[in-house]
Design a protein around this ligand. Structure first.
Ligand code: HAM
Length: 419
Protein backbone atom coordinates (compact mmCIF):
# COMPACT_ATOMS: atom_id res chain seq x y z
CA UNK A 1 0.00 0.00 0.00
CA UNK A 2 1.27 3.48 -0.82
CA UNK A 3 2.49 5.70 2.05
CA UNK A 4 -0.15 8.04 3.36
CA UNK A 5 0.78 11.71 3.14
CA UNK A 6 -0.16 13.82 6.14
CA UNK A 7 -0.64 17.55 6.38
CA UNK A 8 2.43 19.52 7.54
CA UNK A 9 2.76 19.94 11.30
CA UNK A 10 1.37 23.22 12.56
CA UNK A 11 -1.15 23.56 9.74
CA UNK A 12 -4.82 22.59 9.65
CA UNK A 13 -7.44 21.63 7.10
CA UNK A 14 -10.55 23.74 7.46
CA UNK A 15 -13.23 21.24 6.47
CA UNK A 16 -16.56 22.41 4.99
CA UNK A 17 -18.50 22.24 8.30
CA UNK A 18 -15.94 24.49 9.99
CA UNK A 19 -15.33 26.67 6.94
CA UNK A 20 -18.83 28.05 7.35
CA UNK A 21 -17.90 29.40 10.79
CA UNK A 22 -14.82 31.02 9.22
CA UNK A 23 -17.03 32.63 6.59
CA UNK A 24 -19.31 34.00 9.34
CA UNK A 25 -16.32 35.48 11.20
CA UNK A 26 -14.85 36.91 8.01
CA UNK A 27 -18.13 38.50 7.02
CA UNK A 28 -18.59 40.02 10.51
CA UNK A 29 -15.07 41.42 10.18
CA UNK A 30 -15.84 42.94 6.77
CA UNK A 31 -19.01 44.49 8.19
CA UNK A 32 -17.12 46.05 11.13
CA UNK A 33 -14.40 47.41 8.79
CA UNK A 34 -17.11 48.96 6.63
CA UNK A 35 -18.58 50.69 9.69
CA UNK A 36 -15.14 52.12 10.51
CA UNK A 37 -14.47 52.98 6.83
CA UNK A 38 -11.37 50.79 6.30
CA UNK A 39 -10.57 49.48 2.80
CA UNK A 40 -9.18 46.03 2.01
CA UNK A 41 -5.61 45.56 0.77
CA UNK A 42 -4.25 42.23 -0.53
CA UNK A 43 -0.52 41.67 -0.77
CA UNK A 44 1.44 38.54 -1.83
CA UNK A 45 1.88 35.62 0.55
CA UNK A 46 5.66 35.90 0.11
CA UNK A 47 8.07 38.81 -0.10
CA UNK A 48 11.80 39.38 -0.33
CA UNK A 49 13.32 38.10 2.91
CA UNK A 50 15.10 41.41 3.45
CA UNK A 51 11.75 43.20 3.83
CA UNK A 52 11.07 41.23 7.02
CA UNK A 53 14.67 41.48 8.24
CA UNK A 54 14.67 45.24 7.86
CA UNK A 55 11.26 45.86 9.40
CA UNK A 56 10.67 43.27 12.12
CA UNK A 57 14.28 43.35 13.34
CA UNK A 58 17.20 40.95 12.97
CA UNK A 59 17.06 40.07 16.67
CA UNK A 60 13.32 39.36 16.78
CA UNK A 61 12.30 35.71 17.16
CA UNK A 62 10.04 36.02 14.12
CA UNK A 63 13.04 36.81 11.88
CA UNK A 64 15.74 34.99 13.79
CA UNK A 65 13.99 31.67 14.30
CA UNK A 66 10.68 31.55 12.53
CA UNK A 67 10.99 32.85 8.97
CA UNK A 68 9.94 30.18 6.47
CA UNK A 69 12.26 30.92 3.59
CA UNK A 70 11.68 29.81 0.02
CA UNK A 71 14.67 28.53 -1.90
CA UNK A 72 15.54 30.77 -4.81
CA UNK A 73 18.60 31.53 -6.94
CA UNK A 74 18.66 35.14 -5.76
CA UNK A 75 21.38 35.93 -3.23
CA UNK A 76 18.80 36.81 -0.64
CA UNK A 77 15.61 34.97 -1.43
CA UNK A 78 12.00 35.04 -0.48
CA UNK A 79 10.14 34.21 2.69
CA UNK A 80 6.50 33.45 3.43
CA UNK A 81 5.00 36.45 5.20
CA UNK A 82 5.04 36.05 9.00
CA UNK A 83 2.72 39.06 9.44
CA UNK A 84 1.00 41.71 7.33
CA UNK A 85 2.36 45.11 8.38
CA UNK A 86 5.74 44.96 6.58
CA UNK A 87 4.13 43.98 3.26
CA UNK A 88 1.52 46.73 3.54
CA UNK A 89 4.18 49.36 4.20
CA UNK A 90 6.19 48.00 1.24
CA UNK A 91 3.08 48.31 -0.94
CA UNK A 92 2.25 51.77 0.44
CA UNK A 93 5.70 53.01 -0.61
CA UNK A 94 5.85 51.12 -3.92
CA UNK A 95 2.46 52.43 -5.07
CA UNK A 96 3.26 56.01 -3.91
CA UNK A 97 0.10 56.01 -1.81
CA UNK A 98 1.66 58.66 0.43
CA UNK A 99 1.55 61.07 -2.54
CA UNK A 100 -2.12 60.30 -3.24
CA UNK A 101 -3.72 60.12 0.20
CA UNK A 102 -3.17 62.10 3.40
CA UNK A 103 -4.43 59.11 5.32
CA UNK A 104 -4.91 55.47 4.33
CA UNK A 105 -7.02 53.08 6.35
CA UNK A 106 -6.31 49.50 5.28
CA UNK A 107 -7.64 46.17 6.47
CA UNK A 108 -6.46 42.66 5.59
CA UNK A 109 -7.40 39.10 6.21
CA UNK A 110 -5.39 36.02 5.37
CA UNK A 111 -2.83 33.36 6.20
CA UNK A 112 0.54 34.12 7.83
CA UNK A 113 3.44 31.73 8.29
CA UNK A 114 5.88 31.27 11.15
CA UNK A 115 8.14 28.24 11.67
CA UNK A 116 7.25 27.94 15.36
CA UNK A 117 7.08 24.82 17.51
CA UNK A 118 3.40 23.93 17.11
CA UNK A 119 1.12 23.69 20.14
CA UNK A 120 -2.47 24.63 20.98
CA UNK A 121 -3.10 28.09 19.53
CA UNK A 122 0.37 28.23 17.95
CA UNK A 123 0.52 27.20 14.32
CA UNK A 124 2.93 27.44 11.43
CA UNK A 125 0.17 28.60 9.14
CA UNK A 126 -2.36 30.75 10.96
CA UNK A 127 -4.76 33.51 9.94
CA UNK A 128 -4.80 37.14 10.91
CA UNK A 129 -7.31 39.89 10.45
CA UNK A 130 -5.75 43.29 10.89
CA UNK A 131 -5.82 46.99 10.12
CA UNK A 132 -3.25 49.71 9.52
CA UNK A 133 -3.66 53.50 9.46
CA UNK A 134 -0.79 55.14 7.59
CA UNK A 135 -0.13 58.68 6.39
CA UNK A 136 0.97 62.19 7.32
CA UNK A 137 -2.30 62.69 9.19
CA UNK A 138 -2.03 59.46 11.23
CA UNK A 139 -0.26 61.10 14.16
CA UNK A 140 -3.27 62.09 16.28
CA UNK A 141 -3.53 60.02 19.50
CA UNK A 142 -7.18 59.35 18.76
CA UNK A 143 -6.03 57.09 15.90
CA UNK A 144 -4.45 54.93 18.59
CA UNK A 145 -7.79 54.91 20.41
CA UNK A 146 -9.67 54.14 17.17
CA UNK A 147 -7.38 51.24 16.28
CA UNK A 148 -7.80 49.72 19.75
CA UNK A 149 -11.58 50.30 19.67
CA UNK A 150 -11.68 48.58 16.27
CA UNK A 151 -9.79 45.52 17.57
CA UNK A 152 -12.16 45.31 20.55
CA UNK A 153 -15.22 45.71 18.32
CA UNK A 154 -14.03 42.92 16.01
CA UNK A 155 -13.58 40.54 18.93
CA UNK A 156 -17.09 41.41 20.19
CA UNK A 157 -18.52 40.74 16.74
CA UNK A 158 -16.81 37.29 16.75
CA UNK A 159 -18.40 36.44 20.13
CA UNK A 160 -15.07 36.61 22.03
CA UNK A 161 -15.82 37.82 25.54
CA UNK A 162 -13.80 38.42 28.70
CA UNK A 163 -10.58 39.66 27.06
CA UNK A 164 -8.07 41.89 28.81
CA UNK A 165 -6.40 44.84 27.11
CA UNK A 166 -2.82 45.62 28.15
CA UNK A 167 -1.41 49.00 27.21
CA UNK A 168 2.00 50.61 27.31
CA UNK A 169 4.07 53.22 25.52
CA UNK A 170 7.63 52.86 24.29
CA UNK A 171 7.95 56.52 23.33
CA UNK A 172 10.16 57.84 20.54
CA UNK A 173 13.30 56.14 19.21
CA UNK A 174 15.37 58.24 21.62
CA UNK A 175 13.09 57.17 24.50
CA UNK A 176 13.49 53.53 23.47
CA UNK A 177 17.25 54.00 23.60
CA UNK A 178 16.95 55.41 27.15
CA UNK A 179 14.68 52.52 28.10
CA UNK A 180 17.14 49.91 26.84
CA UNK A 181 19.97 51.57 28.81
CA UNK A 182 17.76 51.53 31.90
CA UNK A 183 16.85 47.88 31.36
CA UNK A 184 20.49 46.82 30.95
CA UNK A 185 21.37 48.60 34.18
CA UNK A 186 18.49 46.94 36.03
CA UNK A 187 19.18 43.47 34.60
CA UNK A 188 22.98 43.55 34.91
CA UNK A 189 23.15 41.92 38.33
CA UNK A 190 20.90 39.03 37.16
CA UNK A 191 22.46 38.58 33.73
CA UNK A 192 24.09 35.24 34.56
CA UNK A 193 20.74 33.85 35.74
CA UNK A 194 18.99 34.65 32.45
CA UNK A 195 18.46 31.85 29.91
CA UNK A 196 21.19 31.58 27.20
CA UNK A 197 18.84 33.22 24.64
CA UNK A 198 18.24 36.17 26.97
CA UNK A 199 21.96 36.56 27.69
CA UNK A 200 22.34 37.05 23.96
CA UNK A 201 19.23 39.31 23.86
CA UNK A 202 20.74 41.39 26.68
CA UNK A 203 23.41 42.51 24.21
CA UNK A 204 21.48 42.50 20.92
CA UNK A 205 17.98 43.65 21.90
CA UNK A 206 17.33 43.85 25.60
CA UNK A 207 13.53 44.43 25.15
CA UNK A 208 13.16 40.81 24.08
CA UNK A 209 14.10 39.73 27.63
CA UNK A 210 10.80 41.24 28.79
CA UNK A 211 8.69 38.79 26.78
CA UNK A 212 10.79 35.66 27.31
CA UNK A 213 8.64 32.67 28.31
CA UNK A 214 11.41 31.00 30.37
CA UNK A 215 10.27 30.75 34.03
CA UNK A 216 13.57 32.04 35.51
CA UNK A 217 13.59 35.02 33.12
CA UNK A 218 9.91 35.74 33.82
CA UNK A 219 10.64 35.87 37.55
CA UNK A 220 13.53 38.30 37.08
CA UNK A 221 11.46 40.48 34.74
CA UNK A 222 8.58 40.48 37.21
CA UNK A 223 10.80 41.84 39.98
CA UNK A 224 11.96 44.83 37.90
CA UNK A 225 10.73 48.23 39.02
CA UNK A 226 9.73 49.81 35.71
CA UNK A 227 8.10 53.18 35.15
CA UNK A 228 7.86 55.87 32.49
CA UNK A 229 10.49 58.22 33.93
CA UNK A 230 12.70 57.73 30.84
CA UNK A 231 10.03 59.13 28.50
CA UNK A 232 10.13 62.58 26.88
CA UNK A 233 7.34 65.10 27.50
CA UNK A 234 6.08 64.63 23.92
CA UNK A 235 5.72 60.87 24.50
CA UNK A 236 3.99 61.28 27.85
CA UNK A 237 1.52 63.76 26.32
CA UNK A 238 0.75 61.42 23.44
CA UNK A 239 0.18 58.54 25.85
CA UNK A 240 -2.09 60.62 28.10
CA UNK A 241 -4.20 61.64 25.07
CA UNK A 242 -4.47 57.97 23.94
CA UNK A 243 -5.80 57.02 27.36
CA UNK A 244 -8.22 59.94 27.27
CA UNK A 245 -9.48 58.74 23.85
CA UNK A 246 -9.91 55.19 25.16
CA UNK A 247 -11.85 56.49 28.14
CA UNK A 248 -14.11 58.48 25.80
CA UNK A 249 -14.68 55.28 23.78
CA UNK A 250 -15.58 53.40 26.99
CA UNK A 251 -12.63 51.01 26.75
CA UNK A 252 -10.97 49.83 29.96
CA UNK A 253 -7.24 49.08 29.91
CA UNK A 254 -4.65 47.58 32.19
CA UNK A 255 -1.39 49.51 31.95
CA UNK A 256 1.68 47.30 31.87
CA UNK A 257 5.12 48.97 31.76
CA UNK A 258 6.66 45.55 30.88
CA UNK A 259 4.75 45.25 27.61
CA UNK A 260 7.21 45.75 24.74
CA UNK A 261 5.98 43.37 21.95
CA UNK A 262 8.14 41.00 19.93
CA UNK A 263 8.67 43.11 16.79
CA UNK A 264 11.19 45.93 16.51
CA UNK A 265 9.20 48.49 14.56
CA UNK A 266 7.05 49.81 17.42
CA UNK A 267 7.25 53.35 18.84
CA UNK A 268 4.86 55.00 21.34
CA UNK A 269 1.64 53.01 21.93
CA UNK A 270 1.80 49.21 22.16
CA UNK A 271 -1.06 46.96 23.21
CA UNK A 272 -1.95 43.31 23.56
CA UNK A 273 -5.33 41.66 24.04
CA UNK A 274 -5.27 38.44 26.05
CA UNK A 275 -8.03 35.97 26.81
CA UNK A 276 -8.11 33.58 29.76
CA UNK A 277 -9.69 30.77 27.71
CA UNK A 278 -6.57 30.38 25.60
CA UNK A 279 -4.04 28.76 27.95
CA UNK A 280 -0.35 29.56 27.49
CA UNK A 281 -0.73 31.19 24.04
CA UNK A 282 -3.16 33.74 25.42
CA UNK A 283 -2.66 36.73 23.09
CA UNK A 284 -5.65 36.94 20.79
CA UNK A 285 -4.40 40.15 19.20
CA UNK A 286 -1.82 42.89 19.42
CA UNK A 287 -0.58 46.03 17.78
CA UNK A 288 0.85 49.48 18.17
CA UNK A 289 2.40 52.52 16.55
CA UNK A 290 5.29 52.29 14.12
CA UNK A 291 6.08 55.90 13.27
CA UNK A 292 9.51 55.21 11.74
CA UNK A 293 8.85 52.15 9.60
CA UNK A 294 7.70 53.83 6.38
CA UNK A 295 10.83 56.01 6.34
CA UNK A 296 13.04 53.11 7.37
CA UNK A 297 11.83 51.15 4.32
CA UNK A 298 12.59 54.02 1.94
CA UNK A 299 9.30 55.94 2.02
CA UNK A 300 8.45 59.36 3.37
CA UNK A 301 8.49 60.23 7.06
CA UNK A 302 4.88 59.39 7.94
CA UNK A 303 3.42 57.95 11.13
CA UNK A 304 1.36 54.75 11.30
CA UNK A 305 -0.48 52.46 13.69
CA UNK A 306 -2.17 49.08 13.42
CA UNK A 307 -3.00 45.71 14.93
CA UNK A 308 -3.69 42.09 14.03
CA UNK A 309 -5.92 39.48 15.63
CA UNK A 310 -5.21 35.75 15.39
CA UNK A 311 -8.31 34.08 13.97
CA UNK A 312 -7.56 30.54 15.22
CA UNK A 313 -7.17 31.96 18.72
CA UNK A 314 -10.35 34.04 18.34
CA UNK A 315 -12.20 30.84 17.38
CA UNK A 316 -10.79 29.02 20.42
CA UNK A 317 -11.87 31.85 22.75
CA UNK A 318 -15.26 32.48 21.17
CA UNK A 319 -18.50 31.65 22.94
CA UNK A 320 -21.85 30.69 21.53
CA UNK A 321 -23.24 27.89 19.41
CA UNK A 322 -21.51 27.04 16.17
CA UNK A 323 -23.58 28.32 13.32
CA UNK A 324 -24.71 25.55 11.00
CA UNK A 325 -24.69 26.09 7.28
CA UNK A 326 -28.09 25.84 5.64
CA UNK A 327 -28.62 23.27 2.92
CA UNK A 328 -29.83 24.11 -0.60
CA UNK A 329 -33.26 25.64 -1.16
CA UNK A 330 -34.35 22.59 -3.15
CA UNK A 331 -33.28 18.95 -3.40
CA UNK A 332 -34.53 17.06 -6.44
CA UNK A 333 -35.57 13.46 -6.22
CA UNK A 334 -36.16 11.25 -9.29
CA UNK A 335 -38.22 8.16 -8.66
CA UNK A 336 -37.00 6.12 -11.67
CA UNK A 337 -34.31 6.12 -14.35
CA UNK A 338 -36.66 7.77 -16.93
CA UNK A 339 -37.40 10.68 -14.58
CA UNK A 340 -33.69 11.35 -13.97
CA UNK A 341 -33.23 13.18 -17.27
CA UNK A 342 -36.25 15.46 -16.61
CA UNK A 343 -35.08 16.10 -13.03
CA UNK A 344 -31.58 16.96 -14.29
CA UNK A 345 -33.07 19.43 -16.82
CA UNK A 346 -35.05 21.03 -13.98
CA UNK A 347 -31.93 21.19 -11.76
CA UNK A 348 -30.03 23.06 -14.49
CA UNK A 349 -32.97 25.48 -14.95
CA UNK A 350 -33.31 26.15 -11.23
CA UNK A 351 -29.60 26.90 -10.86
CA UNK A 352 -29.66 29.18 -13.93
CA UNK A 353 -32.53 31.03 -12.24
CA UNK A 354 -30.40 31.55 -9.13
CA UNK A 355 -32.06 28.92 -6.91
CA UNK A 356 -29.60 26.82 -4.90
CA UNK A 357 -30.45 23.25 -5.82
CA UNK A 358 -28.89 19.81 -5.63
CA UNK A 359 -29.54 16.14 -6.37
CA UNK A 360 -27.67 12.83 -6.28
CA UNK A 361 -28.35 11.49 -9.83
CA UNK A 362 -29.63 8.31 -8.27
CA UNK A 363 -33.08 6.92 -8.85
CA UNK A 364 -34.33 4.73 -6.03
CA UNK A 365 -36.99 4.04 -3.47
CA UNK A 366 -38.92 7.05 -2.20
CA UNK A 367 -37.83 6.25 1.38
CA UNK A 368 -34.10 6.17 0.70
CA UNK A 369 -34.26 9.25 -1.54
CA UNK A 370 -36.17 11.22 1.10
CA UNK A 371 -33.56 10.23 3.69
CA UNK A 372 -30.89 11.58 1.33
CA UNK A 373 -32.87 14.82 0.83
CA UNK A 374 -33.27 15.24 4.59
CA UNK A 375 -29.53 14.79 5.13
CA UNK A 376 -28.79 17.53 2.58
CA UNK A 377 -30.55 20.05 4.86
CA UNK A 378 -32.68 21.28 1.94
CA UNK A 379 -35.70 23.45 2.72
CA UNK A 380 -37.80 21.83 -0.04
CA UNK A 381 -37.76 18.58 -1.97
CA UNK A 382 -39.08 18.40 -5.53
CA UNK A 383 -40.24 14.86 -6.29
CA UNK A 384 -40.35 13.84 -9.95
CA UNK A 385 -41.77 10.56 -11.25
CA UNK A 386 -43.73 9.28 -14.24
CA UNK A 387 -47.00 11.04 -13.23
CA UNK A 388 -45.23 14.36 -12.56
CA UNK A 389 -43.56 14.28 -15.97
CA UNK A 390 -46.92 13.66 -17.68
CA UNK A 391 -48.51 16.60 -15.78
CA UNK A 392 -45.33 18.74 -16.15
CA UNK A 393 -45.57 19.35 -12.40
CA UNK A 394 -43.30 18.47 -9.48
CA UNK A 395 -44.53 17.41 -6.05
CA UNK A 396 -42.93 20.07 -3.85
CA UNK A 397 -42.57 19.15 -0.19
CA UNK A 398 -41.77 21.65 2.56
CA UNK A 399 -39.29 19.73 4.74
CA UNK A 400 -40.12 21.72 7.85
CA UNK A 401 -43.92 21.59 7.82
CA UNK A 402 -44.29 18.39 5.79
CA UNK A 403 -46.82 20.20 3.56
CA UNK A 404 -46.82 19.07 -0.09
CA UNK A 405 -48.27 20.67 -3.24
CA UNK A 406 -47.97 20.26 -7.02
CA UNK A 407 -46.07 23.03 -8.78
CA UNK A 408 -45.72 23.40 -12.57
CA UNK A 409 -42.12 22.89 -13.76
CA UNK A 410 -42.20 26.40 -15.28
CA UNK A 411 -43.25 27.96 -11.96
CA UNK A 412 -40.85 26.03 -9.72
CA UNK A 413 -38.07 28.66 -9.65
CA UNK A 414 -40.40 31.55 -8.87
CA UNK A 415 -42.23 29.56 -6.18
CA UNK A 416 -38.92 28.60 -4.54
CA UNK A 417 -37.61 32.15 -4.76
CA UNK A 418 -40.80 33.47 -3.15
CA UNK A 419 -40.52 31.14 -0.15
P1 HAM B 1 1.83 39.63 16.49
O1 HAM B 1 1.68 39.90 17.95
O2 HAM B 1 3.07 38.99 16.07
O3 HAM B 1 1.65 41.04 15.77
O4 HAM B 1 0.60 38.77 15.99
C1 HAM B 1 -0.73 39.20 16.19
C2 HAM B 1 -1.60 38.03 16.60
O5 HAM B 1 -1.49 36.96 15.65
C3 HAM B 1 -1.21 37.38 17.93
O6 HAM B 1 -1.75 38.09 19.01
C4 HAM B 1 -1.85 36.00 17.78
O7 HAM B 1 -3.23 36.04 18.09
C5 HAM B 1 -1.69 35.70 16.30
N1 HAM B 1 -0.53 34.83 16.09
C6 HAM B 1 0.77 35.16 15.98
N2 HAM B 1 1.54 34.07 15.79
C7 HAM B 1 0.71 33.01 15.77
C8 HAM B 1 0.89 31.60 15.60
N3 HAM B 1 2.09 31.07 15.38
N4 HAM B 1 -0.20 30.80 15.63
C9 HAM B 1 -1.43 31.31 15.83
N5 HAM B 1 -1.67 32.64 15.98
C10 HAM B 1 -0.62 33.49 15.96
C11 HAM B 1 1.71 41.18 14.43
O8 HAM B 1 1.68 40.28 13.62
C12 HAM B 1 1.72 42.64 14.00
N6 HAM B 1 1.82 42.68 12.52
C13 HAM B 1 0.49 43.37 14.48
C14 HAM B 1 0.47 44.79 14.03
C15 HAM B 1 -0.19 45.30 12.98
N7 HAM B 1 1.15 45.79 14.59
C16 HAM B 1 0.93 46.90 13.91
N8 HAM B 1 0.13 46.61 12.90
Amino acid sequence: MADRISLPRGTADILPGEAFLWQCIESSARQVFKTYNYKEIRTPLFEETKLFKRSLGQASDVVNKQLLEIKSDKEEGFALRPEGTASIVRSYIENSIDKKEGLSKFFYLGPMFRGERPQKGRLRQFHQVGAEVIGPKADHPYWDAEIIALAVELLNSFGVKGSELKLNTLGTTADKEEFSKKLRTLLKKDKQRLCPDCQDRFERNVFRVLDCKNEACKKIVHSLQLDHSHLSRESLEHYAAVKEGLKAAGIGVKEDPRLVRGLDYYTHTVFEITNGKLGSQDAVGAGGRYNNLVKQLGGSDVPAIGFALGLERALLAREGASAAELGPACYLVALDEQSLKEAFKLLVRLRADGVSADMSYRAGSMKSLMREADKSGASYVAIIGENEIKAKKAALKNMKSGEQKDVAFDALASVLKGT
